[in-house]
Design a protein around this ligand. Structure first.
Ligand SMILES: Cc1cc2nc3c(=O)[nH]c(=O)nc-3n(C[C@H](O)[C@H](O)[C@H](O)COP(=O)(O)O)c2cc1C
Length: 204
């Protein structure tokens, strides 16, 4: 299923078509394609080129590893993410180095890498769905994530599936229209809250 963004202004087709489905087909993701997702993440920009991103990946063909990662997700995500063939946890390194102290942009930069990964997935005919709904402490214990690193986001990846076979509630969410605040609510000029317009000049 596709759910392209209805935009106020033209955007790149990849961005328009990216969305967060919960329905996946059981088709495994080719190892080469999976490697391309991490390659895309690798080439994200980052503050001082600190590259704070790390990933833990589990594919369904390794049943035990997949179950271990699945068990770190919150139940409401397990319900649909169990059907995705790939699960990932994105981890941030919190300091550039022990000497340089905290990296204020670590989370920001892992987000950039994640979006690269997600858009690369769309380009390859895949879909990726990010999740805050997981237990970071459980992920730390399960995968030996060291101090100084923090599990930030889980990501389900696979080929988008048919929502028809989903439980009613999940299916209804899947079919809901995608919504966003208008540009006027978050792009300001001159001062905070002052709408920026393409025409220039102030608005009442
Ligand atoms: C950091 C992050 C955490 C998210 N956590 C969850 C989650 O735990 N469960 C879920 O079903 N969706 C989750 N989402 C998906 C968002 O709900 C989704 O991106 C948002 O509703 C916009 O929809 P779209 O991605 O289809 O455009 C998360 C997305 C992001 C970026």
């Amino acid at each position: 299923m596709e759910k392209p963004a209805v935009t106020e202004h033209p955007i790149h087709d990849l961005i328009r078509r990216r969305w967060s489905p919960r329905a996946f087909t059981p088709t495994p993701v080719e190892a080469e394609k999976l490697a391309s997702l991490f390659e895309a993440a690798r080439w994200a920009p980052s503050s001082f080129n600190g590259q704070p991103w790390h990933y833990i990946v589990a594919t369904k063909d390794d049943h035990a590893a997949f179950e271990r990662l699945l068990n770190c997700l919150r139940p409401q995500n397990v319900q649909w993410a169990q059907h995705a063939p790939v699960l990932i946890i994105a981890v941030a390194q919190l300091a550039m180095s022990p000497e340089r102290g905290p990296n204020r942009h670590a989370f920001h930069d892992v987000g950039l890498a994640n979006e690269n990964l997600v858009l690369q997935a769309v380009a390859l005919g895949l879909a990726a769905h990010q999740m805050a709904g997981f237990f970071p402490d459980k992920a730390r214990a399960t995968f030996n994530i060291p101090e100084g690193y923090e599990a930030l986001t889980a990501i389900a990846v696979g080929y988008p599936g048919d929502p028809e076979n989903m439980p009613e509630e999940t299916k209804a969410r899947e079919l809901q229209p995608r919504e966003r605040r208008p540009l006027s609510a978050f792009v300001f000029s001159d001062r905070w809250g002052q709408q920026w317009t393409t025409e220039g000049g102030e608005e009442e």
